[in-house]
Design a protein around this ligand. Sequence first.
Ligand code: UDP
Length: 471
Amino acid sequence: MASVHEARTGGGGDAGGRKSRRPRRVLVFPLPFQGHINPMLQLADTLHARGLAVTVLHTHFNALDPARRPEFRFVPVPDGVPAGVAASGDAIDILHAMNAGMEAEESAALRGVLESVLADEEKTPAACIVFDANLLAVPRAAAAVGLKTVVLRTASAACFGCFMAYPMLHQKGYLPPQESKMYMPVKELPPLRVRDLFYSSWSDQEKMRNLLARAMEAVNNSSGLVINTFDALEPAELERIRDELRIPMVLAPGPLHKLSSKNTASSLLDEDCDCIKWLDKQPPKSVLYVSFGSLASLDPNEFLEVAWGLATSGHPFLWVVRPDSVRGLDGPGFPNGFEAAVEGRGKVIRWAPQQEVLAHRAVGGFWTHNGWNSTLESISEGVPMICRPQFADQMMNTRYVEKTWGVGFELEGELERGKIEKAIRKLMEEREGAEMRERAMELKMKVADCLKPGGSSEIAIDKLVRHILSL
Ligand code: UDP
């Protein structure tokens, strides 16, 4: 295992070839959304546990709280996101504004920050910056100050494979998707169909293609790519990436949340930990956990249907309803009679300690939007899923859950209480659901295998640490 001692002595020598005795530092720069912050800080924890010092760069938008991670140094980066755009909550607009702001020649803010971090930390020199692939300003700023880059992809290997195939998907007419061909298989990327591809109908397509092309270029110009997945989960997808990419190191050390012991410390919202006491009182595998992640939302009518579907299902449930969960409303309004109908059986909270919830013996199913972190977290605990994807990579994650791993099924079409009730019964009571649970338990064992000493996670982290020390 590449360890504290190696990290402190350093693999990199000075110009005369002598080994440096100084500890080494890694800079990490997450995209400031929950689903991206979590895996980046989990990776940072893992590197820190191997003896590397860590400096976290973070934007003003969704700024992180340094007090929660005293072991890291935090450095704010001006992001240039106008207040109106930040308040809109539109992730794509925020991302564009952030990249434009950080790249603006006249501000050169990021480069300035990197220069001052490097000057400041001479005693613990930085080996590289590990950054989120969507932060397009990083490669140029890092090159300007002579800093090597490693890219972290927080989505699946399949999703990255889809990005690599983006030009082909347009050339062959799969994209933009046509209504009549939504269920057509994409034979180059099995098991995906056109409707599963990463595509945003409401974004400017030229901008989108440009963003993906530049994210790909950033990977190709980096010294390594880390994907939050594991070999046994996506073997063919990882093989294709390793074959096609020009870079020497493609690592899959996931699931990263299983390598870190401090997962709750990166939450942007306060977690309601009392829900664990409530779960303690529920029978084993009886509770449906319902959460659509940090960004997805419902329209007011869908929200009502979900509320009544949960109420009439008769199952205990734990439902995460963020303050911005319902589109167009300041706060969620529960229907009259809902509280009485679910008393003693249903619990609604603003934000959950999700990994702890999924690991709880009382949880028997997860109704999820299939963000990649949620999908991995569910798989890691052997919890089968009802899938309700909305955008980005969520549809392709659902497709893998249903078709490749057989650990859940999609709740398709309009949300309607009767359909919801049926789906809940299928997952929680019927034979099909039990079979999905069995397969989920098998995947959980595969996760346990990859986390063992000498397993794929440890091997990948070892390689990464050695790589960092060699820079
Ligand atoms: N999460 C959480 N509490 C909640 C809901 C979500 O801690 O009540 C965490 C979850 O464990 C995951 C992240 O937020 O790590 C959401 O990431 P994901 O990729 O699933 O979805 P996104 O929010 O990016 O759509």
